[in-house]
Design a protein around this ligand. Structure first.
Ligand SMILES: Nc1ncnc2c1ncn2[C@@H]1O[C@H](COP(=O)(O)OP(=O)(O)OP(=O)(O)O)[C@@H](O)[C@H]1O
Length: 763
């Protein structure tokens, strides 16, 4: 057994060394030249065989990342570029192949890759995937001129390196290839299992003899201008509309396939037809949209300059064979979730690693039996403590339990060190999903400065010094803990956090401090007042001012079903904006803005709570194989980019988090605004799994027929913009709210028939 492990390790080490050696043999520039000679071709083959071998030796996540990084370094990406792609979940080749060229370009733009590096990245990815597909399809499938022959380097034999069998079906001239496993180190699926059919449609290259003007268009392969004139320097595929230089043609592979964009478009259409009431954004109505525009416009996706405006096929280049494959062992983040899946052909369990299943956590609100249980428990604790203590734990007044003042415990908490700078660094990094906050994001004097310890001590409250209301100690239970009613120099809400998501108990205190750091320096009228935190043995939590209104905006809208008038809606929305805008200026992201986390203090005041706590680590606990346990309707609040980042293979030790940003908070505000306008939840009746799927396709919830002004709808549309950069800031929203008409405009009915403009058409 031990020997087998060592053998496998040796094989891996040998394979990595081999890959590195191959990469040393040439430079990416030579390798990307369009007119490459026989020697270059051989080198290319060697590299790709080495890469391909790497993927068949049962690599774990870390190793896959390493190989990915080696490859990207070879392509010319800096460590920062690689990190950016990793944050965008491009952590291995499967994830790289899972995105379209257009999306990769968009990611490169977001990561500010320079033009040359971006070109290399795009070009090398196309080549890599062509080789990959060729190797996956086995020797019998290869075509001598277009696709490189088999390995020219000695194959590395591994337990998983059996040749792949790729049955072919021929359907009306279109090659339908039974997809083989593209999993790293996984056994290929038997063709009898529910593998997907992947279309592999050969390009139909066409040279026009007409004079062609293509000033701005670039070659889809090498990203260089196509040029113009009578010279047939480039060709166009009639099926997928790819335009490439003639000399690049040989390297783009021979499958234009059904592109992901085609498939998304179809799916989009199907959903629309089934739903009936799709948001009638002219951009998203299939009938009115040119196929050139992909059904789902990836956030920030630049419109391809080479798009033909009147053509009937997408301009997005095809990345063949990306749909199929056994993904059970893959990192299949971000893009792979967005691959088109025929929902009725395979059960979720097969695709679990692509599209997480959201399971609603129980216990949104305590049941009466829970309250009773908690009361009995609190009473018992109090009795025990009263019996054993030296008098400090007496029951002082009717209905109030006074905890035991454990002096050792207090000293321990007093002696708690300030958070480790590395942990704070990590938090700063993950605070916005990887885009580094400035280092002065946190008040240095309180976190790292010489007064850090004193500052933490100032906000430490001994859990034992809090008195709990014995009759009704529990206010509510949430996904990550419970809220108790207490007394600490006045009525307080005590939020006790569950820290089980950190399996290493010795790290819980550190992690918890990082989480509550966000609260320490907040002082705003619309932000729940943080009074202190406590950490003792297995108790982690914070003490906050008790919201007097006794209800959240969620309860008000969806349980009590109170109808909000325009003035109240505006007032509440303004206050939310002010509160979150304040957090953003303090470089704190809310990450979990929901009506449940907006507490109604009085008719004229709301306070925001639960900010900065949500993280992938929390979400991923308790671990589920194919998804997450979330709060009810959580999926309705997450922005499309967050939905696309959800992956099922999250590991507690990864530093990555969901890419929360100020814009994702704005999206969540959009949902809150929707709820206030309509009194209902967007996607209320849909299964959360379907909601994230819809979001990843860029579908927005249908706006029911509500009476509200055009400006209000526009505000909603802008917050829900698929492209995060097009969403307003909270300051913008605030000023829009101020300029909203004070009264609902009265629509007088005309005395003659008019063409009524549908409310949806305003979007
Ligand atoms: N400061 C507070 N004052 C009064 N009640 C509060 C306070 N903070 C939270 N609550 C109430 O405590 C209950 C539990 O809150 P918690 O934040 O744990 O979960 P939640 O937001 O309701 O649910 P989840 O976050 O799991 O969807 C809620 O009913 C909430 O309104």
């Amino acid at each position: 057994m031990h020997e087998t492990t060592t053998d496998t390790d040796n094989v891996k080490t040998e394979a990595v060394r081999h890959l590195k050696e191959c990469l040393k043999l040439t430079s990416i520039n030579r390798f990307l030249t369009a007119t490459y000679d026989e020697e270059a071709k051989n080198l290319e083959r060697q590299i790709f065989n080495a890469v391909h071998q790497m993927t068949r030796i049962g690599l774990n996540d870390r190793e896959r990342r390493e190989i990915n990084a080696i490859w990207f370094t070879f392509v010319g990406l800096s460590a920062q570029n690689i990190r950016h792609l990793e944050i965008c979940s491009i952590t291995d080749f499967n994830s790289l192949f899972g995105i379209t060229n257009q999306e990769l370009r968009s990611l490169a733009d977001r990561g500010r890759l320079d033009v040359e590096t971006k070109r290399k990245l795009l070009q090398s990815t196309v080549i890599l995937q062509n080789h990959w597909n060729a190797l996956q399809q086995g020797p019998q499938k290869r075509e001598p001129t277009e696709i490189p022959p088999g390995p020219s380097t000695p194959a590395i034999l591994t337990p998983n390196s059996q040749p792949l069998t790729v049955p072919q079906l021929s359907v009306t001239g279109v090659k339908m290839i039974q997809s083989s496993s593209m999993g790293f180190g996984t056994t290929p699926k038997s063709p009898k299992t529910s593998s997907r059919l992947v279309h592999a449609i050969p390009h139909k290259w066409h040279r026009s003899t007409k004079f062609r003007f293509n000033g701005d268009a670039v070659c889809h392969f090498c990203q260089r201008p196509l040029g113009f004139g009578f010279l047939n320097a480039w060709e166009k595929c009639r099926s997928c509309k790819w335009k490439v230089h003639t000399q690049c043609k040989g390297r783009v592979g021979d499958s234009c396939g059904l592109t992901p964009d085609h498939l998304r478009f179809l799916f989009d259409k199907l959903i629309q037809e089934n739903n009936g009431g799709m948001w009638k954004d002219p951009q998203s109505v299939p009938g009115s949209r040119s196929m050139n525009e992909p059904a789902f416009q990836f956030p920030d996706a630049a419109i391809d300059s080479s798009s033909s405006t009147n053509s009937s096929a997408p301009s997005t280049p095809a990345l063949p064979n990306i749909i199929g494959g056994n993904t059970s062992s893959l990192t299949a983040p971000y893009r792979s979730e967005r691959r088109f899946l025929f929902p009725d052909t395979e059960s979720y369990s097969v695709h679990g690693s692509r599209l997480p299943i959201l399971v609603i956590s129980e216990g949104d609100h305590p049941t009466s039996s829970e309250i009773q249980e908690e009361s009995v428990y609190q009473a018992r604790v109090a009795e025990d403590e009263a019996a054993t203590s030296s008098g400090a734990g007496n029951i002082e007044s009717e209905g109030t339990i006074v905890g035991n003042q454990d002096s050792v415990g207090s000293q321990e908490v007093e002696a708690e060190a300030a958070p480790n700078p590395d942990v704070v660094d990590k938090f700063n990094k993950r605070a916005d999903g990887g885009f580094t906050w400035e280092r002065h994001a946190w008040n240095m004097s309180t976190i790292r400065g010489p007064n850090a310890q004193a500052s933490w001590n100032e906000v430490t409250i001994q859990f034992e010094s809090i008195e709990f209301n014995r009759q009704a100690p529990i206010i509510g239970r949430g996904r990550f803990g419970k809220v108790l009613r207490g007394f600490h120099y006045g009525d307080v809400a005590v939020k006790v956090y569950d820290m089980n998501h950190i399996s290493d108990e010795s790290k819980r205190a550190e992690e918890f401090k990082v989480e509550v750091s966000a609260y320490k320096n907040t002082r705003h009228d619309n932000i729940a007042l943080f009074l202190g935190y406590f950490m003792s043995e297995d108790k982690y939590g914070m003490v906050m001012s008790l919201s007097r209104g006794n209800q959240s905006l969620y309860t008000m809208l969806h349980v009590v079903r109170e109808k909000l008038d325009l003035a109240t809606t505006r007032k509440i929305a303004q206050q939310i904006c002010q509160g979150v805008s304040y957090l953003h200026t303090k470089k704190i992201l809310h990450k979990d803005l929901r009506t449940k986390n907006i507490l109604i203090e009085s008719k004229s005041k709301v306070v925001i709570t639960d900010f900065g706590i949500l993280s992938m680590k929390r979400l991923a606990h308790p671990r589920r194989t194919y998804g997450y346990m979330t709060s009810k309707f959580w999926a309705s609040y997450i922005s499309p980019e967050l939905a696309m980042s959800l992956r099922t293979d999250f590991d507690e030790y990864e530093s990555d988090d969901l890419p929360f940003t100020e814009q994702s908070d704005v999206y969540a505000f959009g949902t809150v605004w929707f709820e206030m306008l309509t009194g209902s939840m967007p996607f209320a009746k849909d299964h959360p799994h379907r909601v994230i799927h819809a979001k990843s396709l860029g579908i927005r919830a249908c706006l029911p027929n509500v009476k509200c002004t055009q400006e209000m709808k526009e505000l909603l549309a802008s917050c829900w913009n698929t492209n995060p950069r097009d969403r307003p800031t909270f300051t913008d929203i605030s000023s829009k709210l101020t300029s909203l008409p004070k009264k609902q405009r009265v629509n007088r009915s005309p005395s003659f028939p008019v063409m009524m403009k549908s409310y949806e058409s305003t979007f």
